[in-house]
Design a protein around this ligand. Sequence first.
Ligand SMILES: [Zn+2]
Length: 358
Amino acid sequence: MLFPYIYIANHSIYTLQTWMDDLFLNVWCNADPAVDYDIELLPDDLKEITLEIERDARIKKDYLYGPIESVYKIFQIFDQPTKDLLSQAYRNNNSIEDLCKQQNGCTPFLYSTLHTLHGALSDKLEEFYKSLFTDVIHLNAVQARIGKVDVHYDEFVTLNDERKCPFCGLNSIKGPNRSVRDAYDHYLPKDVYPFNSINFRNLAPMCHECNSSHKLRQDPITNPTTHVRRRAFYPYDAINYQIEINIDFNHNDINTLTEHHIQVTLTSPTHQDEVDTWKEVFGIEERYKEKCASKTDGKYWFIQATDEYHNYPVEVKAIYSQSTWVQKMIDDANRNKFSVGNFIKAQYLENCRRIGVF
Ligand SMILES: [Zn+2]
């Protein structure tokens, strides 16, 4: 990604994750074969919500009450090493930064592994964790205590006010004053990894094209062909990384330039593995090539540097030669890199100059 998001340090919406941590680590992983399940085992807030949802006749599905009890009963039959394994798996899958960066010996835990361990538990937990994000977080009983996702979104895009999707840099991210918002993507897919469906460090707003056309259910931390772990950008990294984008084409007639003439090279002196993952998961190269070949982007940048320059008054042209004008366009684009695709425009113009089309 082109730049990391800033994580909102404290937010009431994170409370649902805190309750789920408590449920998994302190209730389920401590399920005693000698202690029958009782709702009194739950922490107070979670108990109240579970009962409120259970008693609400308008809610037809049993999201918490039954599933929490049935998972507890499965944990009762597990020996201590199995409970310890699952406890560690839960912590690992919620260490999103460590998983993305392949650090601190953190290994991901998959539903496929859980299914091998206990098929019925895997099925129950998959339904449970998915419903937390799709339904439970939006129920009145929950919203009354932790607030709405829409409110979190507005605060998020107020803090992260670039208004550009950092995963592509091409499309806008909707701002706080809209009746609709962009979707939060589960960066580590929720149908591959259990336990982190409402962990906001695993949730990142993304433009519709990135979310629905490119990333989809792709797993950024495992190569889909080799199944080998790989590094991926952590969406909330505290460090801003350096990515260099190079545009090359050796086709001198810009009017007939197509994607096939264009080469896009993405490099980073510090994050090359992450860049390689990013460009594959988000189809970056083909999208940047399209931008360069487009009539309203790359070809228009060329028109700005040629036809528009030639139409300027002689007084302007007395100050700027065409080559100093192009240099000014490149400098202006570099000053506001994430406005209107400027990070590509600067490299595009540099290449036009290099191959001598001006
Ligand atoms: Zn995007």
